[in-house]
Write a protein that binds this ligand. Sequence first.
Ligand code: MN
Length: 248
Amino acid sequence: MPERPIIGVTTQTLESRPDLPRCWVMSQRYVQVLTAVGAIPWVIPLLQPDEATMRAIYERVAGVFFPGGVDIDPATYGEAAAPVCGRTDPARDWTELRLARWAIADHKPIFAVCRGVQLLNVAVGGTLYQDIASQVPAAIKHDNFPSGGHGRDELSHDVRLTPGSRLARLLETETLAVNSMHHQGIARLAPPLEAVAVSADGLIEGVESGNDQFVVGVQWHPEDLVDRDPRMRSLFSAFIAAARSFRP
Ligand code: MN
């Protein structure tokens, strides 16, 4: 059996309620899919402002996975929050921005989904649309949320993949139908990230690093599609393979 790399999976703050103190939570789905392809998952707390402990956790993982979640505070990319911006999680932003920048500096493998790909772009100096529907009038509908009656595995739109990119090679195609549960998106992409998947309206739906580091981010939710499209699993498998061979 090949070595199983430890993969950090970040969490989100759940504010206290009458039946619960404040918690850190994350969808089980990401952890289950990562574990199924060979990861030892490590669910990461958001210990702001304890940078020393966060760094110690970071140094023990072979790869970092950035999941979906709430909106990123626009202050992190130099903008005031517009009324269309949704709920944010400052402790999550603080934690994930550090993990992403450390991993990019060390060429440690990164895989990012939905909010994760947006976070990655902000970590390297890019910007986001705070709300696609109101800021990009020509955009197709991307906010097909379960709360609006959409299945998590509903195929909402196609993306076009850049031929020869890591993403196109992993998925063995140049056109892919994907789910779409986001109202924010990448506005200005920053290097070393390159756009390798776009929807018909030109919105960036997939990025990777322009160098040899395994950095892959997708705006859709592959963890919800692994059963209906086995190719989606290869994104997770390739991430684990990269983490397995990572050497500091
Ligand atoms: Mn979309």
